[in-house]
Design a protein around this ligand. Structure first.
Ligand code: CUA
Length: 326
């Protein structure tokens, strides 16, 4: 009973992320298919266990019950249960799964494709680009509800896999290839996604959020995201900006509208608008950001964000600059 409960908790996602309830037609289809497969597998499993129990009860007795020593019937039953039924069941499940897969992979009709998002996997974060708008962000995809979103997935390094279980199936992200998937959210919400292909030390901490919003809120978000950085005024903020540009931060990160134009790490142009840091690992607030800048290797060992050995005041200045970028 405990094992059954534990596996149910695992299947439905006992942590921050869940496969249920599905919030798109695709996710609904996938969970329906999953329940059918579970049902068929349960019937086959119970049948096999039943036959094993029968064999155990009747051990030492010749022949099958009701059949006795009829060799032809015995052989027929073995062929039926050993080959016939498994072949029919597996072929049927394969065909049904294939129909689902093709339906989900089919390129959307031009009229119904409202937008495209490029998602680029990095060890261990997600680069998000909105073609045509200039908007770039990281680890947080905003989409309008009830809109077909054409996701183009690729990788900058090793193979990753883009997976937002409540919205769509998985798609591998392979360097040099552009894989496509349709993403669709039926209602507003924040849907957690996770890298679903082992990609190194911090694979488990390569997560993202999909924020599905009403169309007008999404458009306002996109317009802000496409604009260059606007820091607030104030001494701490401008000192922080100089520190960011003068220390090594600017050699890895981009802040559009400033001299920082590197693309090794995530774009930080509107960092303060994001809800998480470090690939959805920690919340985006000044205290967490300071901890992250001070000792990233203790929060996310192996990540490419180095421990720079900055002083407490340097960290505080940079935090006040970055948290002003809304
Ligand atoms: Cu990226 Cu696992």
């Amino acid at each position: 009973m405990l094992a059954a409960l534990a596996s149910l908790a695992l299947l439905t996602g006992c942590g921050k992320q869940s496969i249920a309830p599905g919030r798109s037609p695709q996710a609904h289809d996938i969970s329906l298919l999953w329940w059918w497969m579970l049902g068929v597998a349960t019937i086959v499993f119970l049948g096999a266990v039943g036959l094993l129990a029968l064999a155990w009860i009747r051990r030492g007795t010749a022949g099958l019950p009701f059949v006795g020593e009829r060799e032809d019937i015995n052989r027929g039953l073995v062929l039926l249960f050993g080959i016939g039924i498994p072949v029919v069941v597996l072929v049927a499940l394969f065909a049904i799964a294939d129909v689902y897969l093709v339906a989900q992979t089919a390129a959307p009709a031009a009229a119904s494709t409202s937008m495209t998002v490029e998602v680029i996997g990095h060890q261990w974060w997600w680069e998000i680009r909105y073609p045509g708008s200039g908007a770039v962000t990281a680890n947080e995809i905003h989409i309008p509800v009830n809109t077909r979103v054409n996701v183009i997935a690729t990788s900058a390094d090793v193979i990753h896999s883009f997976w937002v279980p409540q919205l769509a199936r998985k798609i591998d992200m392979v360097a040099g290839r552009q894989n496509r998937i349709l993403m669709y959210a039926s209602r507003p919400g924040v849907y957690r996604g996770q890298c679903a292909e082992f990609c190194g030390l911090q694979h488990a901490n390569m997560a993202l959020e999909v924020v599905a919003q009403p169309v007008s809120a999404y458009q306002a978000w996109l317009a802000n995201m496409a604009s260059p950085a606007r820091r607030t005024s104030g001494a701490a903020v401008s000192t922080g900006e100089r520190a960011f540009m003068g220390l090594q931060c600017a050699s890895c990160h981009q802040i559009r509208g400033t001299p920082a134009q590197a693309t090794v790490g995530p774009d930080l142009t509107h960092l303060a608008t994001r809800s998480t840091l470090a690939g959805d690992e920690i919340p985006d607030d000044p205290a967490q950001l300071a901890a992250w800048i001070r000792a990233p290797q203790s929060i996310k060992p192996g990540s490419r964000m180095p421990d720079l050995g900055l002083s407490t005041s340097q960290v505080a200045q940079i935090v006040s600059y970055l948290e002003s970028l809304s």
